[in-house]
Design a protein. Structure first.
Length: 130
């Protein structure tokens, strides 16, 4: 693992190629503090950081594990969560874009469909499968 001085000031931990950013850590601390009756201790801060690290390690392991593809329930849950996140993100993006664009310049195709079409370009599909 790299030394912490190799990380930018905005990053508290790097796991593989994923950065846990200072802003993400601070949001987690704020959420934890709301549920706590007393001021945060160093132990609380360490616990929050450990949880963020553990979540990322579990996510990385799960995404690289063959059981994700084999377990239909887990796979469907992941897909539904991804779609919900994409829809939420594109709706926010679309509402910001629509404020800047005139009606004739607005996207005619939903952004989710465009996103999925881009992903499909990466797929290799066997012809004549029937």
């Amino acid at each position: 693992m790299s030394e912490s001085h190799d990380l930018p000031n905005t990053v508290v931990v790097r796991i593989d190629e994923y950065d846990i950013r200072l802003a993400e850590y601070e949001r987690a601390l704020t959420a934890y503090a709301k549920d706590k009756q007393s001021p945060l201790t160093q132990q609380d801060k360490d616990l929050v950081l450990e949880k963020l690290i553990d979540e990322q390690l579990l996510l990385n392991d799960g995404l690289n594990s063959p059981w994700l593809m084999k377990n239909r329930h887990v796979r469907n849950t992941v897909i539904q969560s991804l779609l919900a996140g994409i829809i939420t993100q594109t709706q926010a993006s679309d509402s910001q874009s629509s404020e800047r664009l005139s009606d004739e310049n607005k996207l005619t195709e939903p952004t989710l469909e465009v996103y999925i079409k881009q992903l499909r370009k990466q797929a290799i599909i066997k012809e004549n499968i029937n």
